[in-house]
Design a protein around this ligand. Sequence first.
Ligand SMILES: Nc1ncnc2c1ncn2[C@@H]1O[C@H](COP(=O)(O)OP(=O)(O)OP(=O)(O)O)[C@@H](O)[C@H]1O
Length: 826
Amino acid sequence: MSVPPTPSRLARPVPFTPKRPLSSASIDDSTRLSRATTPSALNSTKKFKASISSESRTRLNTTNINKLKTSSPSSPKKSVFDGVRPKTPSTPKRDPSPMDGPMYSEMDVSRIDPEEALVDFETVEPGDISGEIDESLLKDYGAEDKVLVSIRIRPGDAPSVWQRTHKNIKLDPQCGKSPQEFMFDEILTGSENKPVYNAVARSHVCAAMEGYNAVIFAYGQTASGKTFTLSGDEDQLGIIPRAMKDIFAYIRRTPNREYLLRCSYLEIYNENIHDLLAPHSTSTTQPVQIHGTGPNVVLTPLREEVVTSLKSVREVLDRGEGNRRTATTDWNERSSRSHSVFRVVIESRERGSGGSSPDGRATPSGRQTPGFRPPTPGGSRLQARGGRSVQTSVLSLIDLAGSEKATSDKDRTREGKYINTSLLTLGSVIATLGENSAKNKNDHVPFRNSKLTRMLQPSLSGDARISVICTINPSKDAIPESTSTLLFAQRIKKVQLHAKKKEVVDTDALLERYRKEIEELRQRLSEREAEAPVRSRRLSAREQLDESRAMHDLNARIRQLTKLILTSQTVDENKGDETRPSSPAKVDFDMSPYQELLAARREIETQSTQILSLEAAILARPVLPPDAPESEKDKLLAEQTKTIRELEIVVKGYEDNLGEPLRKVQEDVEREWAVKVEREVKLREEKEAWADELVKQLDKERKARMKLEEERQALAAFVQKFDALGLETTLPVPQTKLNPPLPMPGGAAAVFAERHKHRIHPLDAIIETESPIRLAPLSIEPSLLEEEWDGVEDMSFELEKAGKVMKLGSQSPVREVFGDKENTPP
Ligand SMILES: Nc1ncnc2c1ncn2[C@@H]1O[C@H](COP(=O)(O)OP(=O)(O)OP(=O)(O)O)[C@@H](O)[C@H]1O
């Protein structure tokens, strides 16, 4: 098919993109011409006045430098609401040392305090936004968990050999027998990039702003329009500049959030990854390595630059392009054989009044404590704070190598021509993923067979929303390649996705909560421990066990929280000498078992905390850069080995010295206390029985006393009456049957006295028995009987005074009275 002359719009002079030879027979001369005239979208310096770093200064030509020097890289951006919220987005953390030389970049994320490089609706410059976001244009393709696959047919000089409707495409029947019809999400033509962007990229860019990882890549034969679609030119901005404009427009439309944007730019060439933002010397000597597997793939060392405006995005892209060109002698060859990946990491969180911790205390910006952070894109830089979680997503924009390079054609191999391993593997990975999804299989996916697929593994495994734009050349010569591209597109359409938003909770708020809880628990624990000796006397064995368990639970919770804090990698309060393991403390066996137990437990706590601290310290230990001298690495290794050995000693010492002995002590204490308590309970029961007996005895005694009292009163009344009658006489009364002789002194009374002397009082028996109450010896009131004896002595005295011959001595007056009564003549 003859090719008409090149359209005039394709014949613009290209300041940045030099001509490159087109590959093989598929591209004719006129196509080559049109291709060679593609202006680089990256050269649209009119639109993007990039800020400049010292590094880029060395790379750009004098004209560019003079032009760019007019804008200061570190001058704060002018807010649209001047004076409302001044920003210093590009403040470096430290002055560059002379050693840094070209290594230094002001916007390098490792040198910037993320808190000072935030972008929000106030700081976005009106010129940086698209102003074109029309919600009705946003088709949420990604929500269907399918890859969005679109075909773009490049305009050509001849009529296209492909027939198309809105979603269907097939080869003109005149050009092929029974052509297959393909169906995709969009079939696009023409040179307008805006509808292409709206159809294939805008919803994915918005998804990235909402927290989803998103990947947009262009696949197709060399010169089919991949770069034109992704980068565009100054008239037709491609997906990358439009995406960046939409990102800033999105920020402008979202007043309640603040954003940290950082970019990386890399190239995969000959299965080597080159960091396009690192100086050429560094990127060649230190190729980027892929570490990790599955969703945890990280690239290192890879430079990331914070961007706060389109100008800074522009600078990053320019620098990347500059480095890419410097690296090659044949730019066109390299460009069509290499994959370029531009990544934007978008971190955002709700806007707050500044850095304040959950308890209201002001916190400094940036991370407060050193800790390990993944040194690659995707790792979080922004700190969740004040309960505001951080959302992180990555937008990857990939310009793949020409797909014809993916062929494994034997002839090509024999000729020693280059085979693009990454593209070949991408094809088989996509094929397997599609098959697995369609047939619900779980076949091995060869992600690890190439750098590109390994890097894309998380996204292709379903962790991202993917849009693929497959570009085809409309010419007849390109039919085999275009068909191959359509088949690739068809396969990738089958891949199933399940992208999820990624949110990082406010670890500071959590940590603060943990710390408070630990403080409270420690307080409670120390109070309990202080009370323990007193309480233990009052508590039953059961209660003591409960108490011991409660204390154990408190300790366990403290341990758990401490571990949470330490493993969060943001706290290392015990750093320094305190983290050195100390030898396990010996238990002081002079202490009481209970105190001993508590002391041992405290010691265990200390040991556990030390172990955790050491673990955290090992985790937080800075990783040496790959270019570090061997001696440094050896030193680090030796230090770590030493720490590990010390840790092992501590753990062993803990188990040997405290583990088993502590368990034994605990058992002994429990056993001892159980015996004690049993004895006490028995004693108490005996005491209670004695007490009951005593009560009974006392009651009996009381009753006897009352009865005797009544008798005494009756006798007293009788004697009084008797006296009142005046019947007493001095005459001796003849001894008759009715008047028996009075007992002689020392007679019955002596006998009674003797008996009384040997009488055992019931209370004496009680007193003599060992009483658990340990009462003081009872001062028993004299019995009424004894009182009566005393009273009779008095009476005897009175009778003597009255001249009575009778000597009553110790005779009971009762007997006397009744005796008298009995002997009274009738
Ligand atoms: N839709 C289009 N409208 C106008 N010109 C286009 C279009 N697509 C591509 N071109 C032109 O075709 C030429 C080749 O395009 P481009 O460089 O984008 O191809 P490519 O697929 O990126 O090639 P490579 O694989 O070598 O990177 C360029 O000059 C470009 O301007």
